[in-house]
Design a protein around this ligand. Structure first.
Ligand code: FAD
Ligand code: UDP
Length: 373
């Protein structure tokens, strides 16, 4: 069988492109994943107790892009959900992002927003040129809050000190002087009503899309006949790590089901300091599912294992650029997605990136046209 496109990876990047190329351009697609399921890291499933869990840690959908939201809405209904996170610090559960309540409860103050602003001005350390993940936080909230909420978490999560990481890592988390305790402020915040996997099933359910799961592209590459390749796995692996391995951070997920209906007050509690894990997620609080038991996941960061996070720091960006140069020389191979472009991207950014590639492949000018049903 000859395919117009072979797509490696059935996560967001691969599934969006398979769906668009099949439905809009009538292309014949082979969509391969080495895992036994579709959805990539956003895969969710019912566990042995019938509780919907996220196999690879908590995935909360949020975006400011009406196009991304409209596009995905063709494949799922949504459950409104605003994410709230508490951090376990000095024996209390406090709102993160740091806000007015965080500071007042932590130190026993009763600041107004104006007073908090003045406080941040007094404790924030001036940094002339903000470069690192440490600079971002100490310049805004000072050293003590940095050490209690960010330093330990970041060292655990990334295996390096925040001073060695790009500023974009901690710039994801804002600082607030009001009582807004939402983790995200995006225009669209919601969860797929029946889960991510059901949404992916609808995306790839098309006669032109042949799915091949449990298969590593490397093993069958030589036997395939196709015009173009879309690659969403790690870019360095594609090139046999010829310039050396790009560093990724991995996680070990400890999934547990407890004989209680409720475990913690919010879906995610962060543990920045004395624990080996970074956070605990309770899925029913994300999905709204009712059940007499509850399922939780502990995340333990580690170096070895599936590549979950590209590590944003200058030397890694430089190594990526070498691979990107090789990639640019291959006109019929397209690299896309979090691993394919070595970017710390959220789901919506990956969808937008995949739609942009589709626009290019289809010779379409507008994103509006690229998302039509
Ligand atoms: P992936 O989902 O990684 O898919 C790539 C696929 O390629 C994988 O399934 C892999 O098996 C396959 N593959 C790789 N190499 C090969 C090969 N050689 N042969 C065959 N198959 C191969 N984003 C949010 O927006 N909100 C969140 O709350 C959020 N939480 C997250 C929590 C965690 C713990 C993690 C790790 C990520 C989170 N993300 C979140 C990010 C989100 O998971 C990614 O943005 C998104 O899933 C990336 O999609 P992708 O298609 O680029 O990659
Ligand atoms: N972070 C932190 N303390 C927290 C939350 C986040 O230090 O309580 C830092 C940490 O470096 C983390 C980064 O901010 O990796 C981004 O956090 P986010 O919750 O966006 O991480 P993700 O969900 O992508 O793992």
């Amino acid at each position: 069988m000859h395919y117009d496109y072979v797509i490696v990876g059935a996560g967001f990047a691969g599934s969006v492109l398979a769906e668009r190329l099949a439905t809009q351009l009538d292309k014949r697609i082979l969509l391969i994943d080495k895992r036994s399921h579709i959805g990539g890291n956003a895969f969710d499933c019912l566990n042995e107790d019938g509780i919907l869990i996220h196999q690879y840690g908590p995935h909360i959908f949020h975006t400011n892009s009406p196009e991304v939201y409209t596009y995905l809405s063709q494949f799922t209904q949504w459950r409104p959900y605003e994410h709230r996170v508490l951090a376990s610090v000095d024996g209390q559960l406090l709102p993160i992002p740091i806000n007015l309540d965080t500071v007042n409860k932590l130190y026993g103050y009763s600041f107004t927003s104006e007073q908090l602003m003045a406080y941040f001005d007094s404790v924030g350390e001036p940094v002339a040129d903000i470069q690192t993940a440490e600079d971002v936080v100490v310049s805004q909230v000072g050293r003590d809050l940095y050490e209690k909420f960010f330093r330990g978490y970041t060292r655990k999560q990334w295996g390096v000190d925040p001073s060695q990481l790009d500023k974009m890592v901690t710039a994801r988390i804002p600082t607030r002087i009001n009582q807004d305790d939402r983790y995200f402020t995006d225009q669209f915040q919601c969860m797929p009503l029946h889960g991510y996997t059901k949404m992916f099933e609808k995306m790839v359910d098309h006669p032109n899309i042949q799915l091949l799961l449990g298969t590593d592209f490397k093993e069958i590459n030589q036997q395939l006949s196709f015009d173009e390749l879309i690659y969403t796995g790690p870019i360095d692996e594609y090139f046999d790590c010829c310039y050396g391995k790009l560093p990724y951070r991995s996680l070990r997920f400890d999934h547990q089901t407890l004989e209680v209906a409720n475990y913690q007050p919010v879906a995610v509690v962060n543990y920045p300091n004395e624990h080996a894990y970074t956070r605990i997620t309770e899925y029913k609080k994300l999905t709204g599912q009712e059940h007499t038991k509850t399922s939780i996941t502990f995340e333990y960061p580690q170096d070895e294992g599936d590549p979950y996070y590209p590590i944003p720091r200058p030397e890694n960006a430089a190594l990526y650029r070498q691979y990107k140069q090789l990639a640019d020389g291959q006109a019929s191979v397209h690299f896309v997605g979090r691993l394919g472009t070595y970017r710390y991207y959220n789901m919506d950014q990956v969808v937008a990136q995949a739609l942009t590639l589709f626009k290019k492949l289809a010779g379409i000018d507008s994103l509006q046209e690229a998302i039509k049903g």
